[in-house]
Design a protein around this ligand. Sequence first.
Ligand SMILES: *Cc1c(COP(=O)(O)O)cnc(C)c1O
Length: 438
Amino acid sequence: MNFELKRSKNDETTVYSAPSGAEAINQKQNSGQQSMDYEKFFTDKIGDLKEEGRYRVFADIERKAGSFPEAVTHRDGKVSDVTVWCSNDYLGMGQNPLVLEAMHAAIDSCGAGAGGTRNISGTNHYHVLLEQELADLHGKEKALIFGSGWTANLTALSTLGALMPDCVILSDAYNHNSMIEGIVHSKAEKKIFKHNDAQDLERLLAEYPLERPKLVAFESVYSMDGDIAPIEEFCDVCDKYGAMTFIDEVHAVGLYGERGAGICEREGLMDRITVIQGTLAKGFGVVGGYVAGSEAFVDFLRSYGNGFIFSTSMPPGVAAAALASIRYLKEHNELRERHQERAATLKRRFTEAGIAVMPSVTHIVPVQIGDAVLCKQASDILMDKYGIYVQPINFPTVERGTERLRFTPTPLHSDADMDHLVSSLKEVWSMLGLKPAA
Ligand SMILES: *Cc1c(COP(=O)(O)O)cnc(C)c1O
């Protein structure tokens, strides 16, 4: 479409209007103006990223079921072995034999795809079973599954914020993009409170009359720093001001609590949260997202949430695999214990080696580099010379100046893997002149 640039009366505002039909064609031929060079625009935008050192290169890896965290990487036509140190398959459930067996069986019995949206022929019995399992996991009446955790957050928050009359949404400063997008899309009034700061949340909540609908959105585990929200304090404040609570437990489900329901389970707070959101893609090792809450809430979201209504449901094989993974993790707390031990050991070993670990209280082991170019260099050398794969994390995932390597040790990373990682990192640190910990 050809857009005409018009000046409004006061000459301050530029107004765009789309001419139509013959008028547009005429203009195109007579104006002598140049149309936009779209390819140049794309290339220039990419050039900006390269200049800043944060142009993203995807590592082309082949995961090997049965050998995780070992994998094969394809680079410049060459194939080599790597140990993956940055996977969100935190417990290696993506290769669990019972999960694979369930997936195979469901594919053989139901086929590849679901065949429709949930409303029109796409509700498979595995979806129903999975939602029952998730509701039980979180001690809620109902659960609702989505194609991804991102879609679950987007749909739930945008629908709540758009439909609750005059709703105000209070959002933690470090919330994940999927929550931010949902809140923006809802067009509700938005207030951002300081990260993990219950006092700041209270200050903001106190500005609104009690009867006004308020939604407070935050995460349990923040995945780039590895810190945890003061959930109980948040709940107390929300109760006081009549706010509903929405927690993203994406980096905690499968990993914390006696049955793997997350931090709220560990802290005995599940019944104080209105909506618990999670993913099936990280700790559970498959793909998909969900929310759990009251029967009325889930029925509401099922009926009004566009990201739920208008999208084909997940393949039955995926639902069956997720179901098997959740059931397995409910009964295998020893895997969570081993996971925590591995993370604590890696933090201790980095610290002993003079590599400064950011202050994480979870399974996430972030090591700050503070420079996008150096961070990428460190990652490249680790991959090329040492067979270690850890992706550089840069803006917009984290703030500029806090670029980091984010290690995620799993129960399957051995002591020998850690020996190799620590000695390699020490060499790379001296190669790049990175400062050892004080
Ligand atoms: C990864 C992530 C999501 C999105 O989940 P997917 O299932 O990967 O789409 C949501 N919230 C947080 C905090 C995440 O890190």
